[in-house]
Design a protein around this ligand. Structure first.
Ligand SMILES: [Zn+2]
Length: 308
């Protein structure tokens, strides 16, 4: 009997490191009951991290699971799928893609199976189609990922303004936003824990990246910060229990860009001058500042130039 037990224990001891390492690899945290988040690292996507840099995760209901973003590579999507199976017996029924950026949706193919519905902003499918050729080439060159067109799984259900999903005893409200971080941003609100999953509408620590509209983003933030949320989950950075305070640094950065660039345009200065000078004092406040700040100025300058 003891012998059998010790053989069993030895067998478990052999297995344990494997099961644990898988969970550790994904570094999953249950930030509220049934709300699991893997926090990405602040880094540029590269061959070492394979673009696995974004916050991704899932919410568990009584009947099924909603995945919120699938990760930066098919392998990360599979690791997320495996982690879900370790945490719950209920199946995945929804994959919510918060926006078109690769670090959030290259894991999609891991979830393509019967019973899983892919959900995105009404503009997501088009953004995917337009960017796919460029993204595919970039994935091979910069990330060492051999992706195919089929890895971009377009939503089979789209969100026009809001959409409610029932996971069984748990209601999620999805909101489609106007142009902000991108032109296809979705946020998710979990009623049960008052968790607001903002994805890349909220950056903490990592410099906000503007790929949609600076003024639009500030407009969406003014609405989002009115939501009575207990927990805010950014697309990059740590989960915060202080909402709307968690959006203050980002709002300050975006407002600074808007006012300084407007002043440059008014004075007849060029985009190049703006790119060299605007917002340099914010450098110490953010990680990846030098990777994205100039690009943010260029995008915003082009947008604000055409303001009335
Ligand atoms: Zn993004």
């Amino acid at each position: 009997m003891f012998e059998k037990l010790s053989i069993f224990a030895a067998f478990l001891a052999i297995l344990m490191p494997f099961t644990q390492s898988k969970a550790e690899q994904l570094n999953l945290q249950e930030v509220a009951p049934g709300v699991f988040v893997h926090q990405g690292i602040h880094a540029m996507p590269n061959r070492q991290n394979h673009g696995e840099i974004a916050n991704i995760g899932f919410i568990v209901g009584e009947q099924c699971v909603a995945v919120i973003d699938t990760g930066g590579s098919p392998a990360q999507g599979r690791a997320l799928d495996a982690a879900i199976t370790e945490k719950t017996k209920v199946p995945v029924c929804y994959v919510i893609n918060t926006h078109v950026h690769p670090d959030h949706l290259y894991g999609n193919s891991a979830f393509k199976r019967a019973g899983v519905s892919f959900i995105g902003h009404r503009k997501l499918a088009q953004a995917m189609a337009v960017r796919a050729p460029y993204y595919l080439e970039k994935a091979g060159r910069d990330l060492g990922l051999g992706l195919k067109q089929e890895d971009f799984i377009a939503p089979d259900r789209t969100v026009d303004s809001t959409l409610e999903l029932d996971l069984g005893g748990r209601k999620l409200t999805l909101t489609a936003h106007g142009p902000a971080h991108t032109d296809n941003d979705l946020t998710v609100f979990d009623d049960k824990t008052r968790t607001l999953w903002l994805s890349d509408l909220l950056f903490i620590g990592h410099l906000p990246v503007i790929d949609g509209s600076l003024t639009g983003w500030l407009r969406e933030l003014s609405k989002l910060t009115k939501i009575d949320a207990k927990l805010a989950i950014p697309g990059h950075g740590p989960v915060s229990s202080e909402w709307p305070k968690a959006a203050e640094a980002e709002t300050r950065y975006l407002e600074m860009l808007r006012s300084e660039i407007r002043a440059y345009i008014k004075q007849g200065k060029t985009m190049e001058q703006a790119m060299a000078e605007v917002g340099q004092s914010a450098r110490g406040d953010w990680q990846l500042f030098d990777d994205f700040h100039k690009r943010n100025i260029a995008t915003s300058f082009a947008e604000l130039e055409w303001e009335d």
